[in-house]
Design a protein around this ligand. Structure first.
Ligand SMILES: [Zn+2]
Length: 257
């Protein structure tokens, strides 16, 4: 796991699996962990990492309900999980789904975990809206189109935008269950003004980006989504994201539209 301080109040933890990003945000005496790393040793390291940084956990936040972003409670079993109302609805509609997908991943990679995943009390947050962290507020924006649910989190005092599975430099747009190219493109346009002002843009997967890099990913992703709708299979993938894995995602996207 890579650990990077983006701001005195913001730490980025990047998992060795899929470069899945987890962000720790402090505001005064409060601290929230957004999304999660994936591997057991990475999750085990989280509590002491917070302690060393002088942060004490107030709660967990999740950008969306895909299982690889929901593992915070394996590190902090008692913590409450806050998410968008759309995500809370999805978790209610598909009970046990995240646990099943986690189990399938663990079985495929011979991973043993000390305890099973329970999501505990899930708090639905109004989106768009604000969430207080100590003396500060983070902004919550709807971020749908990758899946049917989700939110992006804007940390204005650190000029950081945490966008969930959008604006990844390593992954083309993924249309999961409930996703659509139109909703995905609308989310990108909603994020654009904040991306333009951000110091750092943190995607669900891949390296943290500066504003200019993130804007060029945004435009590449819009072009891809448009081509996907217009041309289907022959849509060209963004430059630098044409590996076999990305072509597999492209084929899965085609099956969704
Ligand atoms: Zn993801």
């Amino acid at each position: 796991m890579r650990v990077l301080a983006l701001h005195p109040d913001v730490i980025l933890l990047s998992s060795n699996i899929w470069q899945t990003n987890c962000v720790v945000i402090r505001g005064g005496d409060e601290c929230f962990v957004v999304d999660s790393p994936v591997l057991p040793d990475e999750l085990e390291a989280l509590p002491s990492l917070l302690e060393q940084s002088g942060f004490s956990l107030s709660g967990l936040l999740a950008t969306h309900a895909d299982w690889d972003h929901l593992l915070g409670r394996l590190a902090f079993p008692g913590a409450a999980l806050g998410c968008a109302e759309t995500t809370a609805a999805r978790l209610r509609a598909e009970p046990g789904q995240a646990q099943r997908e986690l189990r399938a991943f663990d079985e495929a990679h011979y991973i043993k975990r000390a305890r099973p995943l329970t999501l505990g009390s899930v708090q639905a947050l109004p989106v768009p809206g604000q969430c207080e962290i100590g003396p500060h507020e983070v902004g919550l924006l709807a971020a749908e189109g990758h899946t049917a649910d989700g939110m992006a989190i804007h940390v204005p005092w650190a000029q950081i935008l945490i966008c969930g599975d959008y604006l990844s430099e390593v992954e083309i747009p993924v249309l999961g269950e409930g996703g659509s190219p139109e909703a995905y493109a609308a989310t990108l346009e909603r994020l654009r003004p904040l991306v333009a002002q951000a110091q750092f843009v943190v995607s669900g997967h891949g390296p943290v980006l500066g504003s200019e890099q993130a804007l060029s990913v945004l435009d590449e992703d819009l072009a891809y989504l448009e081509a996907l709708s217009a041309l289907g299979a022959s849509a060209e993938l963004p430059d630098g994201r044409r590996s076999k894995a990305q072509r597999t995602i492209h084929a899965e996207n085609l099956a969704r539209i």
